[in-house]
Design a protein around this ligand. Structure first.
Ligand SMILES: C[S@@+](CC[C@H](N)C(=O)[O-])C[C@H]1O[C@@H](n2cnc3c(N)ncnc32)[C@H](O)[C@@H]1O
Length: 241
């Protein structure tokens, strides 16, 4: 049974249809936004019940009386076991990039050009969900649904489309490149329904994306500061939009 549980969590990390939700906040948001849970392991059901009662009363019933696993077994379920004593496997949401881009309404899409760090991707998903963006699309080799990204997003991948794509398809949305050398961002600079494109942590936006953009905007910074972190730049642009 214990060996089976460890193996199921290991297998889930490699399965592109599944999500591993580490910690209470990831589990809470995933459930709030409709995740289908397949397995939950809890090392301290009383503490989990107390967390649910104070932070998500609507989930108290759902998280009641889960079978407890020992702390030793719990620590084998993740290379970085969460502080809150719960970890779960859920089905990933099936999102469609084309449908996200075609969505009506003024909400922008966030496009990450080859992001490298799962924690940054998660932080971007979290702020995009909070600001009401229409989706987060990412290119490059890094899966935006890894457990580390889900943890950084506090499980908010279920709240808006989060999709890895091979490139940005042509479409009717204005393409706005956020780039430290663009024209200064002001109120009203970002058109409705924009795709807001952000570069990778180390090398910034690719020349191809900069070339393709309809507009390049910079977030003003004090002299001597080279750039903001990726998630901070996304947050500023989204709340400006
Ligand atoms: C950590 S920065 C990359 C820094 C990189 N060395 C560069 O030259 O662009 C990650 C991304 O955040 C966005 N960004 C960071 N600071 C910005 C600023 N002041 N104005 C506009 N975008 C910014 C850009 O899209 C950038 O590619």
């Amino acid at each position: 049974m214990a060996a089976g549980l460890v193996e199921r969590f290991r297998a889930a990390r490699r399965d592109p249809t599944l999500a591993v939700l580490e910690g209470f906040h990831a589990l809470k948001h995933a459930l709030r936004f409709g995740a289908e849970l397949l397995e939950v392991a809890c090392a301290d059901p009383e503490r989990l019940a107390a967390l649910a009662a104070s932070l998500a009363p609507e989930l108290v019933e759902r998280l009641r009386a889960l079978p407890a696993v020992t702390p030793v077994l719990f620590r084998q379920l993740s290379p970085t076991p969460p502080r809150e004593p719960v970890i779960a496997i859920a089905r990933r949401a099936v999102w469609d990039a084309g449908a996200a881009l075609a969505a009506a309404g003024p909400a922008p899409i966030v496009f990450l050009d080859n992001p490298r760090n799962p924690g940054n991707m998660g932080a971007v998903v979290r702020v995009a969900a909070a600001a009401g963006a229409a989706g987060v699309l990412t290119t490059g080799e890094h899966d935006p649904w890894t457990p580390a990204a889900l943890r950084g997003a506090a499980g908010l991948h279920y709240a808006l489309p989060v999709v890895q794509v091979s490139g940005l398809p042509a479409g009717d949305r204005p393409l706005v490149a956020l780039h430290p050398e663009g024209v200064p961002l002001e109120a009203g600079s970002i058109p409705a329904r924009a795709v807001l494109a952000f570069g990778s942590e180390r090398s910034g936006l690719s020349p191809g994306m900069l070339e393709r953009a309809d507009l390049r905007l910079s977030i003003p910074m004090r002299a001597g500061v080279s750039s903001l972190s990726l998630a901070t730049a996304v947050a500023v642009a989204l709340y400006r939009a």
